[in-house]
Design a protein around this ligand. Structure first.
Ligand SMILES: Cc1ncc(COP(=O)(O)O)c(C=O)c1O
Length: 391
């Protein structure tokens, strides 16, 4: 089936966080929302069909995961990432990926112990460390003309005496897709320092044509035994409203501890529609995903060309995946406060401000491009006009 991602779908008044909650997040209504990582595209048809079919039955009580659930996960990882997942490695996190990471932080570290995170990085990951009373140690990445690079000397130094590294792979917000060499170096350093790795691979399915996502545990057995990886159909298939999470823990001792805590919290059942959607997505969603990635790549190219031609002071950083663009706004010569004010008050475009991704994100913005190209065009024109008005 051919999907039309150019189609404008009015999401206002659907309780959409992205569209209906801009006032509490930005202090302004009526802005073009290119912030939270949620797509404005129609859902994959097989997912909607599966949910509709189940809705024919009038009772929606406690429900087990569907019969084909685990097989669907195994099949997906085999075909998309060429890995043979073992059934006994698979765990769940019905409330989502951050809940799983939060649980693991409690299990594997104590208050006051050090956890390393790279930056820029997804803001809530910093909170999971800091708000749980762990010591946050930030490994700033290096911004180059080819995209972000890891500062391995700094990382090596930081990993000494560290209990854990939380890796964003692919990285949100920079769109870096880590290569085999990079993952190998990270994994070796963590092993030699006794640091457990949480690999947040929520964006692993959205990688551009010339790149390949490598699951951390697939690098070698030692890395597998020293790690957990997190996934979700929330990002790949835009099912954030259904809240799901899949967790891979190859080490049986660590996995038993994780499962025990999740069972105590009574998270053994999934959201009924979430479970149905996951099975439909992982068995029948390939076609939609292939098309959506192609559209996102074209959107990326569109923004890149537009910025080069019309707003060269905003520089797109090279990225290899995700539907998020990381844009360097230092060329605008505005303070952080002025940048925020400019995009919201002058241009009426809601972007995520770079400082939310760590200190070295200041003066950058993250733009979500998973929307019809017409919306992107409107937003870019609004930014261009607002810039002309202040210059
Ligand atoms: C890197 C990363 N991890 C986790 C999440 C959130 O996942 P969940 O909603 O399943 O907790 C996001 C959402 O944007 C993310 O970007």
């Amino acid at each position: 089936m051919r999907y039309n991602f150019n189609r404008l779908i009015d999401r206002k008044n659907t309780d959409s966080y992205k569209w209906d909650d801009t006032f509490s997040n930005f202090g302004k209504d009526g802005v073009i929302p290119l912030w939270v990582a949620d797509m404005d595209f129609p859902c994959a048809a097989p997912i909607l069909e599966a949910i509709r079919e189940r809705m024919e039955h009038p009772i929606l009580g406690y429900t087990m995961r569907t019969k084909g659930y685990v097989e669907a996960i195994i099949g997906w990882f085999k075909s998309r990432h060429a890995v043979d997942l073992k059934k006994e490695w698979i765990s769940f996190s019905p409330p989502g990926v951050i809940y799983a990471i939060n649980t693991m932080v409690h299990l594997m570290t104590k208050r006051g112990e050090k956890i390393v995170l790279q930056s820029p990085n997804y803001g809530p990951l910093f909170d999971v460390v800091k708000k749980n009373g762990r010591e946050l140690s930030v490994n700033p990445m290096i911004c180059t003309d080819e995209g972000y690079r890891i500062d391995f000397d700094d990382l090596e130094h930081r990993l000494k005496g560290t209990k854990m590294l939380i890796l964003s792979s692919p990285n949100n917000p920079t769109g870096r897709v880590w290569g085999f060499e990079e993952l190998s170096r990270i994994g070796e350093m963590c092993l030699s320092n006794g640091a457990f790795v949480i690999s947040d691979e929520i964006y692993s399915d959205i990688v551009f044509s010339d790149y390949k996502h490598i699951p951390f545990y697939s690098v070698n057995k030692e890395f597998a035994d020293n790690s957990m990886a997190c996934y979700s159909t929330n990002k790949t298939f835009n099912l954030g409203g259904l809240q799901m999470g899949t967790v891979i823990i190859p080490n049986p001792i660590v996995k038993a501890r994780y499962d025990e805590v999740m069972n105590i919290a009574q998270t053994r059942l999934d959201n009924l529609f979430g479970a149905i959607a996951l099975e439909a997505a992982y068995t029948k969603g390939h076609d939609w995903l292939t098309q959506v990635i192609r559209y996102i790549e074209d959107n990326r190219k569109f923004v890149e060309d537009y910025l080069k031609r019309n707003i060269p002071a905003m520089k797109l950083i090279n990225g290899e995946g995700t539907f998020l663009l990381w844009i360097d706004c230092r060329g605008l010569n505005l303070t952080q406060h002025e940048i925020e004010d400019f995009f919201i008050q002058k241009a009426s475009v809601a972007l995520t401000q770079g400082h939310e991704f760590g200190e070295n994100g200041a003066s950058f913005v993250r733009m979500n491009i998973a929307c019809p190209r017409k919306i992107l065009k409107q937003a870019l024109n609004a930014i261009k006009q607002a810039l002309q008005a202040i210059n």
